[in-house]
Design a protein around this ligand. Structure first.
Ligand code: GUN
Ligand code: ZN
Length: 441
């Protein structure tokens, strides 16, 4: 049995600070989280055993337990990225195009390389090290159309004992021949990957039709069938990201009321379905997402980089739709969820809305866990949760230190992390209580 204790400033969320059902906003914010200026996080066999103030817990802690002291830092649950493409790591910051041209010019040629498993393994290793460097401990990840790209990814993630969700892209039309599967082969290969990987270690599988334009009706219908046959697996895809894309989806599906309807027709909505972007949605789509308990992934660095539009966070929240954050590498411009929160704040400013820092940290942790239907497993420090956590450094840079010294409140300090923070702000990433070994080769 392994027991460890970490002592220092600790924050985690137990509820959504923006919960609209609560009349009093100040009270909703207060009861959304637990914050200990001098706290102890006690971990047994990789899971949270107890959390409390040092004063209350020290008396009962056995002398033999080693306590690691965290100074000038903040312990929070590991960040959760609800939308990212690992094969696009090397093409981050590809210049000049909006979604559809960007896919043709940069994305498809890059993804072609992942037919080679050795290459896929090498990039998986690099990618997972990037996630850990940035404090992301769980992600919902796209592979490529090649089953081997997912085998490679899961092998590396398993060796690092990570909680990761990933899937093979299903794509049988409107892409270069070299990246196409067929409805039948995508069904068979996805099924095999589910059998091989879903539930192994902390790995889980996501059925992954790329987006409506690149899947035939037959393929989407088989994706729906797979989901029915394996109700504990996830479904991830893209939705209403770009106006030209939406026009294209309408022209391909004249029988459907709206974009989401294409997925709904094939029974792809549900508690474990995550739709990336959802920028340009109509009321019927918001209602269907809410009713089916599906989640949206908000990817602000990507939405700005591709000029896709501004996600309506407040509207999604008013509809009680689960929302997580996504970096959407390689359309997104950073692996850091802190940088993602900076752009999230700015996108809401452009809409005349505020995104406060408690809400931001909720989205990066418990909000992400809820979007992935993993509350109680990750996302906060409730007893029994897996102890994936990070230490954020108030002294990460001279500027951060100077700024934080001026802060009066926790909310101000958190806001400084979201505006000034990046990977330098992540002092340590712990996986089930163990400091992750990050390889920077
Ligand atoms: N829509 C379909 N494929 C993609 C992709 O790879 N990235 C983004 N941002 N949107 C997509
Ligand atoms: Zn994407």
């Amino acid at each position: 049995m392994s027991v460890k204790a970490f002592r220092g400033e600790i924050l985690h969320f137990i509820e959504d600070p923006a919960l609209t059902s609560c009349q009093d906003k100040a009270q909703a914010e207060q009861s959304s989280h637990q914050y200990f200026e001098d706290g102890i996080l006690l971990i047994e066999n990789g899971k949270v055993k107890q959390l409390g103030s040092a004063e209350a817990m020290l008396a009962d802690l056995e002398d033999a337990i080693a306590i690691e002291h965290i100074e000038n830092g903040l312990i929070v649950p590991g960040f959760i990225d609800t939308h990212i493409h690992y094969p696009q790591t090397e093409m981050i910051g590809s210049y000049g195009e909006q979604l559809l041209q960007w896919l043709e010019d940069y994305t498809f040629p890059t993804e072609k390389k992942f037919a080679d498993k050795a290459y896929a393994s090498k990039i998986s290793e690099f990618f997972l090290n990037q996630l850990l460097t940035n404090g992301t401990t769980t992600a919902l990840v796209f592979g490529t159309v090649h089953a081997e790209s997912v085998n490679a990814f899961f092998e590396v993630a398993l060796a690092k004992n990570l909680r990761m969700i990933a899937g093979k892209v299903m794509m049988d039309r409107n892409a270069p021949d070299y990246l196409l599967d067929t409805a039948q082969s995508s069904y068979q290969q996805s099924k095999q990957l589910i059998e091989d990987w879903h539930g192994k270690g902390r790995l889980q599988y996501a059925i992954t039709p790329r987006f409506a334009p690149t899947s035939s009706d037959e393929q989407l219908s088989l994706a729906g069938q797979l989901l029915k046959e394996h109700p504990s697996v996830y479904m991830q895809t893209h939705l209403s990201e770009n106006l030209k894309e939406i026009e294209w989806v309408k022209s391909l599906n004249p029988d459907c009321e709206n974009y989401l309807d294409v997925y709904k027709k094939h029974q792809l909505l549900g508690n474990r379905s995550v739709f990336a972007h959802g920028i340009h949605l109509c009321d019927a789509e918001y209602n269907d997402l809410a009713q089916s308990n599906s989640a949206l992934s908000f990817c602000p660095t990507s939405n700005l980089f591709l000029g896709s539009g501004l996600f309506k966070l407040d509207v999604a929240q008013q509809h009680n739709i689960k929302v997580g954050l996504g970096t959407d590498i390689g359309a997104g411009t950073s692996f850091s969820l802190l940088e993602t929160l900076k752009d999230a704040y700015k996108t809401q400013q452009l809409r005349g809305k505020k995104l406060d820092s408690l809400q931001s940290f909720y989205l990066a942790t418990l909000g992400g866990a809820r979007a992935l239907d993993l509350e109680g497993t990750i996302g906060n420090f409730q007893v029994g949760c897996e102890a994936d956590f990070i230490v954020l450094d108030y002294h990460a840079t001279p500027l951060m230190k100077l700024r934080v010294e001026q802060c009066q409140t926790l909310a101000e300090k958190l806001f400084s992390f979201t505006i000034l923070g990046d990977d330098r702000a992540v002092k340590g990433t712990y996986i089930q209580g163990e400091l992750a070994k990050i390889n920077h080769d």
